[in-house]
Design a protein around this ligand. Structure first.
Ligand code: BGC
Length: 348
């Protein structure tokens, strides 16, 4: 079901699409492919919206920290917004201090996507299409992007990303949902139990650019191989936690890059019993513990979002890969198709 959500300054209409299947309810905007709300039941059947967001398009435009949005052309940071490709230098807009973050000042999160609903057997969903022209936000090549959101008969939310280009370029697409399984606006997620299937993570420099050498999580606050409360080690005086005011790091998933989605992470809110498990084809997972939420935004339910009121688990290739030859490649050439899949499964 499609309804009018709002209007951009230039008069472009923004629509909201509502999907429900297998007990999961999803509201998606064509602006940014934003998941505006995602509702799932708790152990007593009570629904809550477990994803941070806003009620109006004006709020999204004014200053959303990527709530629920599709991220592109490049998820996370590119150092100094610079890379060299086939001998040519490219400069991206800098929107994160000295660096380029999440595709630049006008990333895919701020574009209006073309949306086509579908039904496929027990599944329902939306195809989202976007053309990003050659040179947009500094990236070479016209990129044709197709993202499919599927709500399966079992209530899973599956994302399939596809892209092709007419010139060599770098691509790293992801989804930036801020999760709070107790319900958005209910406070901190520090009691949520998180498990990440990764023995290594990527330490960063003070600008949050990976230094390049993966480090073992063993014996550090970054160890989530066994589920533990998010808040347990967040105040340990570890240099890496100081840089990012919490965790804001790419985990190197033990499974690596896989042809099919494999387990990456699990999250559980003990108070409601709600669970989320994530499987992906991607080799990386950015765990961001909501460090930069600072109490200045009022969310969907009318409550203020403060530091640590949600977390992001962004499946991706590694940050700054265009400048880090030892990382899995994010290069896409004409004739190739970029394809990744991430599945979110819910339970209680
Ligand atoms: C980044 C954070 C950033 C956040 C919101 C995350 O993916 O890693 O550093 O603050 O997105 O912009």
């Amino acid at each position: 079901m499609k309804t009018l959500f709002g209007e951009l300054a230039d008069g472009t209409k923004v629509s909201s699409w509502f999907l429900e299947n297998g007990g999961t309810r999803l509201r998606v905007l064509d602006y940014g492919g934003i998941v505006q709300s995602l509702e799932i039941p708790d152990r007593d059947g009570r629904y809550a919206n477990v994803s941070l967001g806003f009620d109006t398009i004006e709020d999204y435009i004014a200053g959303s920290p990527y709530f629920g949005a599709l991220i592109g052309r490049y998820g996370n940071r590119v150092a100094e917004g610079r890379f060299t490709l086939d001998g040519e230098n490219h400069q991206l807009p800098l929107n994160d201090g000295a660096h380029s973050l999440h595709g630049g000042t006008e990333g895919f999160d701020r574009r209006v996507w073309e949306v086509e609903p579908f039904t496929d057997g027990p599944d329902v969903g939306l195809h989202l299409y976007l053309t990003s022209v050659d040179g947009e936000m500094g990236y070479p090549g016209t990129l044709e992007v197709k993202v499919t959101y599927t709500l399966t008969g079992g209530g899973d939310w599956r994302i399939d990303y596809e892209a092709t280009t007419d010139k060599a370029t770098f691509v790293n697409l992801t989804s930036h949902v801020y999760w709070n399984l107790a319900g958005e606006g209910t406070g901190s997620v520090q009691d949520h139990e998180l498990e990440i299937a990764a023995s290594r993570y990527l330490p960063v420099d003070p600008g949050l650019i990976p230094t390049g050498e993966p480090a073992d999580v063993a014996g550090t606050p970054f160890d989530f191989r066994e589920a533990k409360a998010i808040g347990r080690d967040l105040r340990v005086a570890h240099q890496q936690l100081l840089y990012s005011k919490g965790v804001d790091h790419n985990y190197v998933l033990d499974k690596g890059l896989t042809a099919r989605p494999e387990h990456a992470a699990g999250l559980r809110d003990p108070s409601s019993g709600r669970t989320l498990t994530i499987a992906t084809t991607e080799p990386g997972l950015q765990f961001y513990s909501g460090n930069f939420l600072d109490g200045t935004l009022v969310g969907t339910g009318g409550n203020i979002y403060r530091q640590g009121d949600a977390l992001c688990l962004e499946t991706q290739r590694f940050p700054d890969s265009p400048n880090q030859p030892s990382f899995p490649s994010t290069l896409l050439r004409p004739g190739q198709t970029y394809r990744t899949t991430t599945i979110h499964s819910f339970g209680c």
